[in-house]
Design a binder for this molecule. Structure first.
Ligand code: NAD
Ligand code: WQD
Length: 340
């Protein structure tokens, strides 16, 4: 039984689909602070399988222990956490509380239940402002905001724990920029309020909910002056978790692994690709740089290929057409829908 914290969220729900389709049993532990139970009904609809759902908060150690024991968990995939960079600058303590304390409680609960396999959602944000590209896992780590710092602290906590007890098996997956949606159009990214990330914003403009995309700066040292990122299809990302779980069965290690494609696209290239996918131009305007942004960021995905036998296979066109199918079928996300 795979215990998935934050499994109702964007990446979690797509990972649950792949876990269930691979024949694994899944228990989701989520407090729904940034998701809806509807996403899990849809996961079950896609897969034709049921999963266990436990509503709870990862800062509640007793609830975690009960859920781990009752579900018969053998490994944990840990997505639960807060992820908005701007919000983390305004409310740093909420981020340390949810992300750091929440993970600490989870590790305590896992230890006391004898469940010592963990796949953790880290982020390319732990590389800070890249000193060299593409980013390899041995690039120096740093943080430029409280959100990023929580990921760094958690990574250090995991490495310390593994040093103290090498029976722990941990995979630290550093995601680049997850985008897209399941090909069924039934699950996808459903941000609350104004999206911070580029692709959900572009999708909302395309569906007519917003007038134009603000392109945050066109004076970076990149081919067209706009920011370059390594966008990765969320289903490829989800499959990476399956491979990480497989590897942990054979290796008692604590290993950081990039999950990216190795290819960077600019903001304008993304808008262009999305325009093609939705069959109409997506309006945009050039605006000033966003505070804290970097020019370029993309992965060296070699280690994932070597250690996990994983690589991303879905291209930019698929990322955009799948995101568009989700957005146009569900213009208001999961809100106001039923499961039929
Ligand atoms: P999401 O907000 O869609 O999903 C997170 C889930 O965790 C939600 O269902 C939320 O309700 C739940 N949650 C949050 N705090 C909780 C708590 N205290 N107890 C129980 N459940 C809680 O986010 P996502 O995009 O799916 O991201 C998943 C993970 O991946 C996060 O840890 C995030 O930091 C990390 N990550 C995301 C990105 C990205 O761009 N989406 C990039 C790198 C890393
Ligand atoms: C991508 C590019 C923007 C919005 C963030 C977090 C990171 C990780 C992923 C969790 C940049 C530009 C964006 C818009 C724009 N999350 N942009 N107009 O900044 O690479 O990473 O999400 O771990 O920690 O920092 O992603 O999607 O916000 O931006 O021009 O409305 O799009 O400037 O160049 P980012 P993003």
């Amino acid at each position: 039984m795979i215990f998935v914290t934050g499994g109702a969220g964007y990446i979690g729900s797509h990972t649950c689909v792949e876990l269930l389709q691979a024949g694994l049993d899944v228990a989701v532990f989520d407090n729904f602070c940034n998701s809806q139970p509807e996403s899990l009904l849809r996961v079950q609809r896609i897969t034709g399988r049921t999963l266990r759902v436990i509503e709870g908060d990862i800062r509640d150690r007793a609830a975690l222990e009960a859920a781990l024991k009752n579900s018969g968990a053998t490994a944990v995939v840990h997505f639960a956490g807060l992820k908005a960079v701007g919000e983390s600058v305004e409310q740093p303590l909420a981020y340390y509380d949810n992300n750091v304390l929440g993970t600490l409680r989870l590790l305590e609960a896992m230890g006391s239940c004898g469940v010592k396999s963990l796949v953790f959602s880290s982020s390319a944000t732990v590389y800070g402002d890249p000193q060299r590209l593409p980013l390899t896992e041995d690039h120096p780590l740093s943080a430029t905001n409280p959100y990023g710092r929580t990921k760094l602290v958690i990574e250090d906590m995991l490495r310390d724990l593994h040093r103290s007890d090498p029976a722990w098996r941990m995979s630290i997956l550093r995601y680049f920029n997850p985008v897209g949606a399941h090909a069924s159009g039934l699950i996808g990214e459903d941000p609350q309020g104004t999206p911070n990330n580029l692709l959900p914003f572009v999708a909302q403009v395309a569906v007519g909910q917003r007038d134009a995309v603000n392109v945050w700066g066109d004076d970076y040292q990149t081919p067209d002056g706009t920011g370059v990122r390594d966008y990765i299809h969320v289903v490829d990302l989800a499959l990476g978790h399956l491979k990480a779980l497989e590897r942990l069965q054979a290796h008692a290690e604590c290993q950081a692994i990039n999950l990216g494609t190795g290819v960077g696209y600019s903001v304008l290239e993304m808008i262009q690709a999305f325009s093609q996918a939705c069959g109409k131009p997506v309006p945009y305007r050039i605006a000033g740089r966003r505070a804290g942004d970097i020019a370029s960021c993309y992965a060296d995905p070699t280690q994932a290929a070597n250690l996990l036998g994983w690589r991303a296979t879905r291209n930019l066109q698929t990322m955009c057409s799948d995101a568009w199918r989700w957005q146009s079928n569900n213009p208001t996300g999961y809100c106001g829908t039923d499961s039929h």
